[in-house]
Design a protein around this ligand. Structure first.
Ligand SMILES: C[S@@+](CC[C@H](N)C(=O)[O-])C[C@H]1O[C@@H](n2cnc3c(N)ncnc32)[C@H](O)[C@@H]1O
Length: 221
């Protein structure tokens, strides 16, 4: 698997996203950070879209680590962190190979990143490994539309993948998260009215089960 390297996509990302950020995404980012505390991993931080929201948090024990494999995105994320005076460790790493110890995070946050991660299964396994039992996985992801919108997404997906930094327009990531038996879903919502009908968004929280819970479930089979 080659690391992403998309200089043009990285340069255009913030200007293109400026209006959707203000009008559509701000409420979802607020959801991701609400009440967040402890050691938190920002998976695929991009240009640092979550950083202003992290910077506003006042929980005394909040610490954030971010990974971003694309060097162009990572450079912009570092600049944004510096502008915000946000104390964040930004590592060059992929979600499929997290350079962190088992059970070492209280929460993992994913904002519009599982659409792009090449190996979703490997990334989920790594996330389950580094999250402590009881730790939260919070996500907001765009997903394949229903009905005709889904057909259009399927049609556009190859071209979109080529121009949008490897993003898959038609993934059903939310369903995959809900099916994962290493996690207990505690909140889930789908947003597909108004403008969001064009590209529906799912958001939610799942909680890492403890290994003893998992063993009990396996034993009961
Ligand atoms: C659409 S951007 C979203 C960035 C950011 N989370 C945000 O909310 O603005 C997706 C990001 O995922 C990154 N990415 C691609 N492959 C990845 C992987 N295997 N692991 C982690 N991040 C990855 C891309 O480089 C890109 O910066």
């Amino acid at each position: 698997m080659s690391d992403p390297d998309h200089p043009l996509f990285a340069r255009l990302y913030d200007p293109v996203m400026a209006v959707p950020e203000r009008t559509l995404l701000a409420k979802h980012r607020q959801y991701l950070v609400s009440g967040l505390s402890g050691r938190v991993l920002d998976l695929g931080a991009g240009t640092g879209g979550m950083f202003p929201y992290f910077a506003d948090l006042s929980e005394p024990d909040f610490r954030v680590v971010a990974i971003e494999p694309d060097p162009h995105m990572r450079r912009q994320a570092r600049e944004r962190a510096s502008e915000l005076a946000l104390d964040v460790q930004i590592d060059d790493a992929c979600a499929e190979h997290l350079p962190y110890e088992d059970d070492s995070f209280d929460a993992v946050v994913a904002a519009f990143v599982f659409c792009t991660i090449p190996n979703v299964e490997a990334a989920l396994s790594e996330m389950a490994r580094v999250l402590r039992p009881g730790g939260e996985f919070r996500f907001v992801e765009h997903v394949r539309g229903d009905g005709p919108a889904g057909n259009v997404h399927d049609l556009l997906a190859p071209a979109w993948h080529a121009v949008a930094g490897g993003c898959h327009l038609n993934r059903d990531t939310g369903d995959r998260f809900l099916r994962d038996d290493r996690f207990t879903p505690t909140e889930f919502s789908r947003h597909d009215s108004g403008l969001s009908a064009l590209v529906p968004v799912v958001r939610g929280t799942t909680v890492r089960k403890s290994d003893s819970t998992l063993q009990r479930l396996v034993g009961a089979l």
